[in-house]
Design a protein around this ligand. Structure first.
Ligand code: ADP
Length: 138
């Protein structure tokens, strides 16, 4: 069984979409193994977004991710990494189909509701980044 790292981003938190998003995950059969609210500092953001840290739009992403606390969630299911990303839709909310989370609640390529790990390797690194061992449950 896989576990993936989800972040409910500031737009999700401030617009009150957390319940809707978590309900979609639970209805899809994903199990919550951990959940916590946290403010993200520059350091953890630069680690988490190392692959885009050199892009011209990165400062804007850093600012966006600090507009409010985020909610980190560890979700488990068979094939959950791919399944969550299918429920989300593509990065750009404007290109996401209605019925997907980003299509229904997202604004654009940056303000896109939820982060989800994109591979097993990424999930393992990201879960350790956001959760202490005692904060994840079976
Ligand atoms: P994903 O989150 O879908 O895996 P990426 O890893 O490519 O996408 O990008 C990380 C995050 O950076 C995106 O979720 C989005 O919030 C932001 N982002 C990506 N591309 C852009 C862009 N061209 N302009 C502004 N923000 C972007």
């Amino acid at each position: 069984m896989e576990t993936t790292l989800i972040l409910l981003k500031p737009d999700c938190v401030t617009k009150g979409h957390c319940g809707d998003v978590l309900q979609r995950f639970e209805k899809a059969g994903f199990r919550i193994r951990g959940c916590k609210m946290m403010r993200l500092g520059n350091e953890i953001l630069r680690e988490h977004y190392a692959h885009i840290a050199a892009k011209p739009f990165y400062p804007e992403v850093e600012e966006f991710m600090q507009l409010s606390p985020v909610i980190a969630v560890a979700l488990a299911a068979d094939g959950v990494i791919e399944k969550v990303r299918a429920l989300l839709g593509p990065t750009d909310s404007k290109k996401a189909a209605l019925g997907t989370i980003r299509g229904d609640f997202g604004v654009d390529v940056m303000v896109n509701v939820v982060h989800a790990s994109d591979s097993l390797e990424a999930a393992q690194v990201e879960l350790v980044r956001f959760f202490q061992p005692g904060e994840l449950f079976e």
